[in-house]
Design a protein. Sequence first.
Lengths: 418, 418
Amino acid sequence: MPTAEVLSQGDEIVTGQTVDSNAAWLAERLTDLGFTLVRHVGVGDRMPDLVGAFRTIDERADLCVCTGGLGPTDDDLTTAAVAEAFGCPVRLDEEALAQLRARYDRFGRKMAPVNERQAWLPEGCVRLDNDWGTAPGFAVRGSRALFACLPGVPREMRKMFDARVLPLLHEHFSLQPDQLVTLRCVGVGESDLQQALEGWEPANVTVGFRTKLPENHLKLRFSTSAEADHVMAVVEQALDRVGQWVFSVEGAPRPIHGWNTEGGDLATVVGRRLVARQHTLALAESCTGGRISAACTSMPGASAWFLEGLVTYSNAAKVRLLGVPEAVLAEHGAVSEAVARAMAAGVRERSGATWGVSVTGIAGPSGGSEHKPVGTVHLGLVGPSTEAHLALRLPGDRHRVQELSVAAALNLLRQHLA
Amino acid sequence: MPTAEVLSQGDEIVTGQTVDSNAAWLAERLTDLGFTLVRHVGVGDRMPDLVGAFRTIDERADLCVCTGGLGPTDDDLTTAAVAEAFGCPVRLDEEALAQLRARYDRFGRKMAPVNERQAWLPEGCVRLDNDWGTAPGFAVRGSRALFACLPGVPREMRKMFDARVLPLLHEHFSLQPDQLVTLRCVGVGESDLQQALEGWEPANVTVGFRTKLPENHLKLRFSTSAEADHVMAVVEQALDRVGQWVFSVEGAPRPIHGWNTEGGDLATVVGRRLVARQHTLALAESCTGGRISAACTSMPGASAWFLEGLVTYSNAAKVRLLGVPEAVLAEHGAVSEAVARAMAAGVRERSGATWGVSVTGIAGPSGGSEHKPVGTVHLGLVGPSTEAHLALRLPGDRHRVQELSVAAALNLLRQHLA
């Protein structure tokens, strides 16, 4: 497999002002394409460091994707560093200049003379047009490595990678990307996933795990030549063992009956199912403090199925807005099965939604007791012909308890919509 | 100034499964301590790459902080790589072994034989005790650089850096950290900040900017020897120019009357002010979908001042829960000054809170019109003797409009609490 490195340029990276998310994004894409990622390098805006990095990488890798340093200011040095490292003069690219001018015209702004700098590119390079920002990128060959230089703005960088760099990679390398199927799980830890898979040793697949709070992913990696029948058989075996926690199967060669294979996070999957049934949702949140509503409304078009979310933090609000009886609060306490059920029923009835879902719990760090320690959470759900309750003991700090509660509530609803 | 590099180890870093937040955290801390950060390097779990990285870094830097590769499994290679790179044999550290055993005993678990590996350290190293996890770290000297090797788990790494590495650094280096004062701003872009500071050229300070959506930070960097009087004078000058957007001043040598110098994000600052006045808050959110409630309830103890947050996404919910007159909705539309004011008044009156704050807007991508394009947002506020309204045209995609609206709403309340 060809080897690749990722080079990130900029003082803001090297001094830690910015977390280098570009490097991880690129590394994951390149790995999936079939490159062996060997190294990440981050350097500041200093000419000798940059030139040195280009030359060293050229000695040991087949590909290097670089980000940053293509702007119009004096500390944008990538083009000059490439020119010095590989002895190719920098020249004005008329087409790049015309594109820059056209872009400024389109936004009715005048291009400052300094921006013309961005149209000077290393001689003999392949220009990578930037339809999403101003700075064009370029690709050049060293003695061994192919270098693709992209802007550091993540949005522009990602679009340009997909539209401009991918075709180049297929041209220059004979890539044999693995086939990757991801089973996205919630409500389970990695150790329980591993336990459920113990003794399962399918042939011709590499099994991996990845935690992405609140999700855990089971990754099944097949060779590029694996047959669809084999892949599907292995995926079905995995679902037999861990399916109870899976809300989405991504990358499978065929749809799987009864499973979401369209991708998306948990709220997206729930939203799609509600839309398909023309159902609506109302929420009553306490310890999650609006986070379930926020997850639902992060999607465009949520107003088709999301009616309202009541963050009833105080007991008075639970009584007034949801009709939870004061006697029930007094007898069971706000964090209890009875109150969770009453909250879900109350918000459903008053809003007229098809489904009412509630959460009440103790997110911490204080407020816990011996019988109800921090992490105690009760979920309630009321639907057209169902009522359900789930009691949880969640681990971790306040943030984690809140995030895991959001996922558990959405997952409870997803299961009832299955 | 001494130079430093950061080395991150692990296949999960180099293949992009994990974003390397350790590198940025360490780089920022080391920069603040007075090191010149030269480079970040990330390598996978391969012995030759690791040994090569240690040797190369030793040739060019005075300090290297390494993370990862200290676990008990076969792909944890840091100790062996250091031993090979610098020719120091690995030996069992009895004290480290005793600490490991004690830790397992404390949690009532049996230590697996494989964990004993973690007590084998390079001969002549300084052991860095890990009170927050299992793997101890260590520090060794190469021919030039001091290497400090820490676990990759961010929580353990950060605690160990502060408790174990910091003292070592002060021992080995004569550090002259800059004095850094940060003015945290909201509701303003970087270009407007720069404009407001145009022509201001104070002596003996470096002025920098950092965008951290939804905040913009103005950073004033002084030398270690700058006098407190000088620093305070420069900070006051900056506040004269940009104070209208500043909600927090961090790192100043003295408190500044009328300004929050205790740190914290916008919701924390608002919460502190409400607690100090024994005031309470109720929210009516539409386009922000619960995000203001989530920001408020991310703080422990929010129940002292946060009563409730109503995510009234549908018009029916605005009428039923907030008492917004149907005629007002029909005449002005849901996204309007009249509705924002009615929402704030309604939630305040019905909840009995001291303050009612509301947001209604168009987050996009669809739903905009010529008169009310995507990004149109109205904020309402009603307090004991105040009513206010703010109309905004926010840039960016759905996520950005939502995040900027949250900040604008909290900031409006903060200004009225000043």
